[in-house]
Design a protein around this ligand. Structure first.
Ligand SMILES: Cc1ncc(COP(=O)(O)O)c(C=O)c1O
Length: 411
């Protein structure tokens, strides 16, 4: 890839996704490289949420459950997300947080694999995945979480393993598992696979049904731009749906919630994975983000994602060499997601210095600088400018100012 500014501006001029940048409300003076943590605000979201508040809630009041179709929002938005996942519309529903959905699917999946007591994962998986699995282990007698290094996962799937639970794109390194191959290997040994797609959905091409996936969950507030605390989605392959039972059998998961019967009878299909009343305002924001997303071509998104990542890796290698950064992300585009990470012993302070200059990425303990490269609203020139800023901070050692060492509650 050519690494001069003229060539980089030419990439922006020929970018088929360039027009999408205007669909987002980005503050001036900011280069936003944290869309893998909290996606940017689509311009249409403010009016879509305002409509849900003032017209649907304010005027429609409780009638809006029917007249504005609030009741079907979890399935409707789920069906839209299914298009990005390579799933059938009836295989995805939106509900709760990713953590809660992990809990529901782990317990449901264990019920489908009686006699098998192990949830297999890797050390350093996203903490909530491990914490929830540990909680399931405390709750369901005999069940334990076992973690093994990612290189040996395949050989460790034995007849004790009920569920292999993995994050498809690793939240720190950005390393991506081969979904189809691992799914095949686990299923050959009788295990189910639960994929956490939080750092994959909207970032890398996904084909859940092509990979014969069993179960998946993922965040709505990252690449889908659903807003802070947006509800999460969950996927259950159609062939499993009738056999899987959510441990959170709330009234919204009942086959006929408005009959108000005492005995729980699960809804057919994904509806059984709902628990309580859907968060309508959060769903309105998420649907808006997903709608923008669906206007774009996923192949173009994937191609630009990889081009942005390669550009960042090459620019840092060329312009920041000898300044203490070590690449933590795979070089092979097939083996990574849409964020690039570097290690540096002063990672936290460097990130604070970058943020002060308007380059917003994030830091992950103990030493990871993480840059989310979102194809819908980033220009190639943004990467050039961000790396120039990073080089200045490193070479001038401005990160050593003690104000950058102060840690806020959220890093
Ligand atoms: C891989 C992964 N899983 C789960 C979560 C957390 O999901 P939630 O807060 O919606 O429960 C995150 C948050 O960053 C994540 O990166």
């Amino acid at each position: 890839m050519a690494l001069d500014l003229t060539a980089i501006r030419a990439l922006d001029r020929s970018d088929v996704l360039a027009a999408f940048r205007e669909r987002f409300d980005l503050p001036t003076g900011v280069i936003y490289l944290d869309g893998n943590s909290l996606g940017a605000l689509p311009r249409q979201t403010a009016s879509r949420v305002a409509e849900a508040v003032t017209q649907q809630w304010g005027s429609g009041l409780i009638r809006s459950w029917n007249t504005a179709d609030w009741i079907n929002a979890p399935a409707r938005v789920g069906a839209k997300i299914a298009r990005i996942l390579g799933a059938l519309p009836q295989e995805v529903i939106v509900a709760d947080s990713t953590s809660v959905n992990l809990f529901k699917l782990l317990v449901a999946g264990l019920g489908e694999r009686p006699g098998r007591r192990v949830i297999l994962s890797e050390p350093g998986n996203f903490p909530t995945d491990l914490y929830v699995a540990q909680g399931v282990g405390r709750l369901v007698q005999g069940v334990e979480l076992r973690t093994v290094p990612r290189e040996s996962i395949e050989e460790c799937i034995d007849e004790d393993v009920a569920i292999l639970m993995l994050t498809h794109v690793h939240y720190k390194s950005g390393a991506r598992f081969d979904m189809a191959a691992l799914t095949r290997a686990a299923q050959a040994r009788g295990a189910l696979v639960l994929w956490d797609l939080s750092h994959s959905v909207g970032a890398v091409p996904l084909d859940l049904n092509g990979a014969n996936a069993d179960l998946a969950v993922g965040c709505g507030y990252k690449y889908l731009n659903g807003g802070p605390g947006a509800p999460s989605f969950l996927f259950v392959a159609e062939r499993h749906q009738a056999m899987l039972h959510s441990p959170l059998s709330g009234w919204m998961g009942h086959a006929a919630p408005f009959t108000f019967h005492d005995a729980f009878r699960p809804a057919e299909g994904m509806g059984r994975f709902l628990c309580g009343t859907p968060p309508i305002l959060g769903l309105a924001a998420l649907e808006s983000g997903v709608d923008v997303f669906l206007e774009a071509d996923m192949a173009a998104i994937a191609a630009k994602s990889q081009a942005l990542c390669s550009l960042m890796i090459e620019l840092v290698a060329a312009r920041c060499s000898g300044l203490g950064l070590r690449l933590a992300t795979p070089i092979d585009p097939e083996r990574r997601g849409s964020h690039v990470s570097f290690r540096h012993e002063h990672g936290y302070a460097i990130m604070q210095a970058l943020i002060e200059r308007g380059v917003i990425g994030d830091f992950r303990d103990p030493d990871i600088l993480r840059f989310g490269l979102t194809p819908l609203y980033l220009r190639y020139e943004d990467i050039w400018n961000a790396v120039a800023c990073l080089r200045d901070i490193l070479s001038e050692e401005t990160f050593r100012d003690e104000k950058y060492a102060l840690r806020a509650a959220v890093t």
